[in-house]
Design a binder for this molecule. Structure first.
Ligand code: ARG
Length: 468
């Protein structure tokens, strides 16, 4: 005797009632996971090809399935595909369309797999592609920073600690500090690929399958160098999502630090740089204002990406093996992290070349604040004074200069000699800003000549990404 069934759902066989509409809306993911469609099709094509080689499907069946999947993908790309929320997710939407397109044989595509290993595979394929885009954007930013560093290799500015003028540095050197941060970010993302590039397919729902599948072949077809070694782990592992979100959070941390400095530097209180009008916005009430909104928004969006990381960590926390529906929540935070990161990196690719450095203002700022006091102490050490004593002597000298309202290099030799009789005329090489930066000509130093060398090394490093 035939029993009543839920005929809409591919899984409706054991159900006698239709799904509650609220539950349908609550559980669907196609509204956001449809962006996985190209990877879902790619994964299904590889799976069908493997099934044919393993003798589970005939060659003809596999070919029909693959042709149908490709036709569906063309429809999706053309915007002619109707996504149905009642079919829950991207996987069941595409499978249902396949059956409609190629008939009964379409029902065979899901042999020996489950949506659990399917979605894990899709997500890895998706993330692998996005990591390539993010890495290329990072490299473009690194290139822009190197260009700025080269232009401003000799531009002296105040270097800060505690946001107090500390010692003179060059603007080029400062740009290369930013470059180093992005270099690590690119390396971190590249390193994560090893753990993204692992094939879950074959794990099926959780326990593997009794069909004679060939997982190495599927891995080869999808260009995965490794296969997940445990079926339970394969369907439930989202470490690679956590790792990506963590790497993305670090990129955003770096971008937010750049942003903060640009905001400060553009403020008339600093006046170190100008940013093209096209990259700033005005105030609706204060006519004089030119605001660095792009930098501020990047700084603000950092919060979103930190939120994405916190979300995925918390989603995964405490889940028992193997797959749980909680995992469906991995997508929106990952997608948001990817989108936000790409957007902010793109903003910086455009923003960096629009920065104009106000060299005179930098120099003027460096002249204030006794930034070569440490150089004077070094000078005394060179003359045989112990560093701690030299520190105290220079402290007194600075106190005197403040009272005289003079910079250190404006003090007469006789005035300097009041504090230590060993001071001679060569001291001015130590007190002048150019002399101070030029002397720091060691690996990692701020000397203009060293910045030029570092620029050449960076260019050489980046040349490996030429095809990127
Ligand atoms: N939409 C689901 C997800 O994103 C696909 C896997 C569903 N599996 C299941 N057993 N209900 O995780």
């Amino acid at each position: 005797m035939a029993t009543k069934q839920n005929t809409v759902k591919p899984w409706g066989g054991r159900f006698t009632e239709a799904t509650d509409q609220f539950v349908e809306a609550f559980t669907e993911s196609v509204s956001f996971d449809r962006r996985l469609a190209p990877y879902d099709v790619q994964g299904s094509v590889a799976h069908a090809q493997m099934l044919a080689r393993a003798g589970v499907l005939t060659e003809a069946e596999s070919e029909e399935i693959c042709a149908g999947l490709n036709a569906i993908m063309a429809q999706i790309e053309a915007g002619e595909f109707t996504w149905k929320p009642e079919l829950e997710d991207v996987h069941m939407n595409i499978e249902a369309a396949l059956v409609q397109h190629v008939g009964e044989v379409g029902k065979k595509v899901h042999t020996g797999r489950s949506r659990n290993d399917q979605v894990a595979t899709d997500l890895r394929l998706y993330l692998r592609a996005e990591v390539a885009v993010v890495r290329s954007l990072l490299v473009q930013n690194m290139q822009a920073l190197v260009t700025l560093a080269e232009q401003e290799a000799g531009s002296v500015m105040p270097g800060f600690t505690h946001l107090q003028g500390a010692q003179p540095i060059t603007f080029g050197h400062h740009m290369l500090a930013w470059y180093e941060m992005l270099k690590r970010d690119e390396q971190r993302l590249r390193d994560g690929l090893e753990r993204i590039n692992v094939l879950p397919l074959g794990a099926a729902a959780l326990a593997g399958t009794r069909f004679p599948i060939d997982r190495s072949l599927t891995a080869e077809l999808l260009d995965f160098p490794a296969i997940a070694e445990n079926s339970l782990d394969a369907v439930s592992d989202r470490d690679f999502v956590v790792e990506f979100c963590a790497a993305a959070a670090l990129v955003m941390l770096h971008l937010s630090r750049f942003s903060e400095e640009l905001v400060l530097w553009l403020s008339p209180a600093f006046g170190f740089i100008d940013i093209d009008d096209a990259f700033c916005t005005g105030s609706s009430i204060m006519p004089q204002k030119k605001n660095p909104d792009v930098a501020e928004l990047v700084r603000g969006k950092t919060g979103r990406v930190y939120g994405d990381l916190a979300a995925i960590l918390t989603i995964m926390k405490g889940q028992p093996l193997a797959y749980n529906r909680d995992n469906q929540e991995d997508k929106e935070c990952l997608f948001d992290a990817v989108d936000t990161l790409k957007l902010c990196l793109e903003a910086y690719v455009k923003l960096l070349p629009s920065i104009q450095v106000k060299r005179d203002a930098l120099l003027e700022a460096a002249r204030q604040g006794y930034l070569t006091a440490t150089d004077l102490a070094d000078y005394l050490v060179m003359k045989g004074v112990a560093f701690r004593d030299a520190h105290a002597i220079v402290g007194k000298t600075v106190q005197y200069a403040i009272r005289q309202d003079k910079e250190l290099e404006q003090l007469e030799l006789s005035e300097l000699q009041q504090f230590h009789e060993g001071v001679e005329a060569d001291v001015y090489d130590y007190l002048r800003l150019q002399g101070s930066v030029a002397a720091r000509d060691h690996a990692g130093g701020t000397a203009p000549a060293r910045v030029c060398k570092a620029v050449a090394e960076a260019r050489n490093y980046l040349s490996a990404f030429a095809g990127n």
